[in-house]
Design a protein around this ligand. Structure first.
Ligand code: PLP
Length: 448
């Protein structure tokens, strides 16, 4: 007999806060996933879904990719977490990363994107002796107190500090200044006034946490120039873009090399690995105290052999000729299918994206920063997402969250997504029109 999702959810809610391991995983529907393979997920009732979330971008090759799993098993044969000294395998991955990533002279491992941005900021503070950090409105860099503010803020909180969690240390939040993305003048002005107090500027090179907002021409070059002039550490947070857009990260595409960069998600294809990569003079501060380091980099699971093997195996697969072309072609096809669905249904839904990452919004076209999206019709956005989930497409129900494709997706997944999206948009459009008609005052001819 199939398991009852409601029973499982009730039990999980008794023993796990909210019944889920991450608040970003909240689903309003009673769905409990049990299996994953390729581009698909199955719930405990046996229903299948095309996975558009791909674990918020961590799944790059597809779920349980055979080549990846076999290679990880091979590379980890006979080894385990040792937790003393070093292993050959972690050096092998580090060397490859230093060859691939423009800013990487050395890398330091940790397990999540949150840890990576935390350590990057800490080393920037150690190196500069300064306290302030700059982030951009709408960007997400993890949940620690250095960056726990101004992500998906409501309109009335934009332009002032808006914590995303209770319990954050006020002095830590106060040391993080928030500017509008793509606003070179605002950065220039702040750096002119406070540059001597700023340790780091931290930027998602594409604003994927509110969809897919790309940098204006010269924005990163301006950041590079200003940070160079004032001795500020420029950090690219490539936790989403890294390995998904290119093996060298988005920095290898945009042509601006930061001082430090953080990576995670796609490198492990589902296994937990993250890293900080960057200039040797900064990175060497993470060395043990006995070797001259002064920034503590601890972590029982850092450089876990399974995670390191996962990274090596992802790189091996993605270095196979044609892999990025295929991934980008699937992303383009998804964008085209969603755009067609919007046009055919007469919906104002806008489709944006880059490579294998796509997003939709119900706000004016061409956003250049998060502020341009605050008018997003979140009711329509949520209704669209819930409609997709009902039709067997697993995605985040939260407005503005991105969709991903993996190498395991294929044209039939995209085609069926296009058809489902059109049907959902027609349905939500029709419901809107009916609600509008109900609200409209009765006309003379209808009152007989
Ligand atoms: N940085 C960016 C750009 C992210 O999108 C995320 C997570 O979504 C993080 C950092 C935090 O990564 P993690 O969830 O692995 O801690």
């Amino acid at each position: 007999m199939a398991a009852d999702p409601i029973d499982i959810i009730r039990r999980n809610e008794r023993f796990i806060p909210g019944g889920t391991a991450s608040s970003a995983r909240y689903l309003p529907e009673p769905i409990v996933f049990a299996r994953a393979e390729g581009s698909r997920l199955w719930d405990v009732t046996g229903r299948s879904y095309v996975d558009l979330n791909c674990a918020f971008g961590a799944i790059l090759l597809g779920h349980r990719d055979r080549r990846h799993l076999d290679r990880v098993a091979e590379l980890t044969e006979g080894i385990d977490l040792i937790g003393l000294g070093t292993t050959e395998i972690e050096g092998r991955l580090a060397e490859q990363l230093c060859d691939l990533i423009p800013c990487a002279e050395q890398v330091a491992y940790c397990c999540s994107g949150t840890e990576a941005t935390f350590h990057a900021i800490r080393v920037a503070r150690a190196a500069t002796g300064r306290q302030l950090v700059v982030k951009f409105e709408g960007a997400y860099h993890g949940w620690h107190d250095y960056v726990a503010l101004n992500f998906l803020s409501p309109a009335d909180q934009i332009g002032r500090p808006a914590p995303i969690t209770a319990g954050a240390l006020a002095s830590s939040l106060a040391a993080t200044l928030v500017l509008p993305y793509n606003d070179a003048e605002a950065v220039e002005d702040l750096v002119r006034r406070r540059g001597g107090d700023i340790a780091a500027i931290l930027v998602e090179p594409q604003m994927h946490n509110v969809g897919a907002i790309q940098e204006d021409a010269d924005f990163f070059r301006t950041l590079r120039r200003l940070t160079d002039e004032r001795g500020i550490v420029l950090i690219f947070d490539e936790v989403v873009t890294g390995f998904r857009h290119a093996l060298g990260g988005y920095q290898s595409i945009c042509g601006v090399t930061p001082d430090l960069a953080t990576f995670g998600k796609a490198l492990g294809n589902g296994l937990p690995i993250s890293l900080i990569a960057g200039r040797r003079d900064l990175m060497r501060r993470f060395a043990p105290r006995q070797m001259g380091g002064d920034v503590l980099l601890g972590g029982t699971y850092n450089g876990h052999p399974s995670s390191v093997a996962a990274g090596l195996a992802v790189i091996e697969v993605m270095q196979t000729p044609g892999r990025y072309e295929r991934l980008f072609a699937l992303g383009d096809a998804m964008r085209a299918a969603l755009t067609r669905a919007a046009q055919r249904s007469g919906s104002a839904m806008q489709v944006v994206g880059f490579g294998s990452v796509n997003a939709v919004h119900f706000a004016p076209a061409g956003p250049r920063r998060y502020e341009d999206l605050v008018g997003n019709d979140s009711e329509l956005d949520s209704a669209f997402r819930l409609g997709l989930i009902e039709r067997g497409f697993a995605c985040s129900p939260t407005p503005l969250r991105r969709f991903h494709v993996s190498l395991a997706h294929d044209e039939s997944d995209i085609e069926s997504l296009g058809a489902a999206a059109e049907e959902v948009l027609r349905g939500v459009g029709e419901r809107r029109a009916q609600a509008h008609r109900r609200k409209a005052p009765a006309t003379a001819s209808s009152v007989t």
